[in-house]
Design a protein around this ligand. Structure first.
Ligand SMILES: *Cc1c(COP(=O)(O)O)cnc(C)c1O
Length: 415
């Protein structure tokens, strides 16, 4: 046997260490489909409880929408369950091409290539399009999957301070002699809910002859007047060279992702991106579901409009109740608690009140910035939001933090 006692002990020690630090991730079992109301078993073995979900990426409430489910069924019936192939061997159906065209149209780009996930899109794209002569300049708070993509690329790498345009310009000047330059950012940042300054970034990129890369996973489908994403919100449609996004959040929530943008970039990915070449085609059932999602979004902005209204109500309600929020206008609304244990206790008390919202603390967010990250959905009705708000107030009162400033909360609970 090669898995010796010694090997086992090495792993057990690391797992014990994670547990001792209080950062062991415990999954809560959901027994229903993804929606505003979910049935949860927590802790494992306890009775099921129906709670309001305030922390999913189901921004448009489409994850279990009957039309999307039906389209997925139809796709299953007409194109089968699995492709058992990568795209370039025998894994490209008509609907895969159709989805690529529809995404291109929706995002207002030149071309699109599907990936098994946005994580795969991000890990594949930089290696496919850059060499040692090139430079990647990324915001310091980009998503983990982008960081992995940067690691896998042979190109040189530098960073700029989060959303700091002066610092970005300095870095562009520093690297002015590199062959190709790519400025890399998230569109909406997932932990704080703030939006990248894409208008200024596009200007800088044009001034210094750099490409602009935006990961719009937390934007596609609902940010901007017609939900195209942060490029629409910031008025730079057509000026972002590379957009990556996921179908695993607002766009149905199943799985899959893509690279969309300049025709040559997409073609380079088709020829060279390893997660595209060496990982299986997105299942037809998922492709059919996403096609239906894009139809729904193209017909009306009703869902993203409702999401915007819900978000306004939620931000205003929490602010009036006296919580410290991260500033912003996206459906990601972090309620700042600063102390990690307070965030855990707060989350547990919310659960008792029938509200499902998870505490985030180091290492997911910086030390001393623990929070409950709430996420609003078009699937929330007013009664959900009212109940959730009442619960937040009750739990906030219990912990005596309503109306307190950041400094006061830290003085009370420590970091
Ligand atoms: C969720 C997320 C991803 C990963 O998307 P998957 O399709 O689930 O792999 C990538 N980038 C960002 C910014 C994300 O938020």
């Amino acid at each position: 046997m090669s898995f010796s006692e010694k090997t086992k002990e090495i792993y057990q020690a690391q797992l014990n260490d994670i547990e001792a630090k209080g950062i062991f991730k415990q999954e809560r079992l959901i027994h229903s489909s993804q929606a505003a109301d979910i049935e949860v078993e927590f802790p494992e073995g306890s009775d099921l409880k129906t709670v309001i979900n305030m922390c999913s990426n189901n921004y448009l409430g489409l994850s279990s929408h009957p039309d999307v489910v039906k389209a997925a069924h139809d796709g299953l019936d007409s194109r089968g369950y699995g492709m058992s192939s990568v795209r370039f061997i025998c894994g490209t159906q008509d609907i895969h091409n159709e989805l690529e065209h529809k995404v291109t149209e929706f995002l207002g780009t030149e071309d699109t290539i599907l990936f098994p996930s946005c994580m795969d899109a991000n890990t594949g794209v930089f290696e496919a399009i850059l060499t040692e002569e090139d430079i990647m300049i990324s915001d310091r708070l980009v998503h983990a999957s982008i960081i992995d993509g940067i690691r896998l690329s042979p190109a040189q790498h530098d960073t700029f301070k989060h959303s700091n345009m002066d610092h970005l310009e300095k870095k562009l000047q520093l690297h002015v002699d590199k062959r190709l330059k790519v400025v890399i950012t998230d569109g909406v940042f997932s932990m704080d809910g703030d939006t990248a300054k894409l208008d200024q970034m596009a200007d800088l990129c044009e001034k210094y002859d750099a490409m602009l890369f935006v990961d719009d996973s937390h934007s596609s489908g609902f940010i901007g007047k017609t939900g195209r994403g942060t490029h629409e919100k910031c008025g730079v449609m057509g000026r972002v060279d590379i957009i990556t996004t996921t179908f695993g959040k607002a766009l149905g929530g199943a799985s899959g992702g893509c690279v969309s943008g300049r025709r040559e970039i997409v073609e380079m990915c088709r020829q060279k991106a390893r997660p595209y070449l060496f990982s299986n085609t997105i299942a037809p059932v998922v492709v059919s579901g996403v096609l239906r999602v894009l139809d729904i979004l193209s017909q009306s902005t009703e869902r993203r409009d409702k999401l915007e209204k819900n978000t306004e109500y939620w931000r205003q309600g929490l602010t009036e109740a006296g919580f410290v929020l991260k500033e912003g206008d996206t459906p990601i609304v972090p309620v700042m608690l600063f102390n990690a244990k307070l965030a855990q206790d707060f989350s547990r008390d919310l659960y008792t009140e029938g509200i499902y919202a998870i505490g985030f603390f180091f290492p997911v967010v910086p030390n001393g910035q623990a929070r409950i990250r709430t996420q609003i959905s078009a699937g929330h009705e007013m009664h959900h939001l009212e109940k959730a708000l009442a619960a937040f107030k009750k739990v906030g009162e219990k912990h005596d933090i309503l109306g307190k400033t950041k400094q006061e909360i830290i003085a009370q609970y420590g970091l």
